[in-house]
Design a protein around this ligand. Sequence first.
Ligand SMILES: Cc1ncc(COP(=O)(O)O)c(C=O)c1O
Length: 306
Amino acid sequence: MKGLKVLQYYAKRSIFQSRHLSLSLSAKSNQNVRIGFAGLVGNTPLVRLNSMSEETGCEILAKVESANGGGSVKDRAALFLIRDAENKGLLRPGGTVVEGTAGNTGIGLAHVCNALGYKCVIFMPNTQSKAARYADSIDNAVWTNQFDNTANKQAHIETTGPEIWSQTGGKVDAVVFGTGTGGTLAGVATYLKEMNHKIHTELADPQGSVLYNYIKHGKLERSEGSSIAEGIGQGRVTANLKDAPIDDAHVVMDTDAVRMTFRLLHEEGFFVGASTGLNVAGAVKHNIKLAITQYTDMSIAAYNTR
Ligand SMILES: Cc1ncc(COP(=O)(O)O)c(C=O)c1O
């Protein structure tokens, strides 16, 4: 009952529909026909990782986020950040979207902007203050501010979390992800905890990030070393991550993450990047019956279910 109320609450508050570009009911995406690029964001499959599941005796599932139209989990945030700006009246037709990003958010924004008729300006790598100043200096432009704009987390409260819940029939026991802006982990954790507070939510953090120590000990201290994984690890607590219901954290060594990318290629047939290797290594270590992680770019998320 509580879960139903949560669903109704998020449905009412959805920012997914644009004021300018809302779809007619008859032209909404369904499983067979997706409408335009926006229709290709979300509804990604879950895949069982056979060798890791058999080895651990747990069901380890990965959410194949590479199946999003732009090829990564960040397409979800990109679409919601733009819809949020439209709905707040910050972006009018023909306007410009500005963001600091060195990676997948920029790719996602570029795709969504082309699909919806906006210009897109990316400051690399991650130069948020320059991006903000540039957006201020021109008319009809918005700095989407992926780290601290919680429309990012909202994307996962409204899409990724509900997908995981319904794809597992509510049987998910744990989710294990790395985090960058915090949007995916915080959004999925928020939604799933509302549906069942017993679902275990865990951060798999790369070396050199402060988040492991923050979650375990409440201190913003970097863990030892540094990481080659792109897009994950963080030096502060973003607005997206703040107050997220995260139960536990552990550090995944780069050597384990990279070894896992080779295992995923040789044993499962998936060609994935380091952040996906880290997610899956985190889920395997976790040893919960039904765990879910994600392929973030060539994308999985690990979800663990009993
Ligand atoms: C490949 C990859 N994985 C994971 C993440 C982290 O996702 P989030 O920013 O939602 O924490 C990113 C973010 O850029 C990414 O590019």
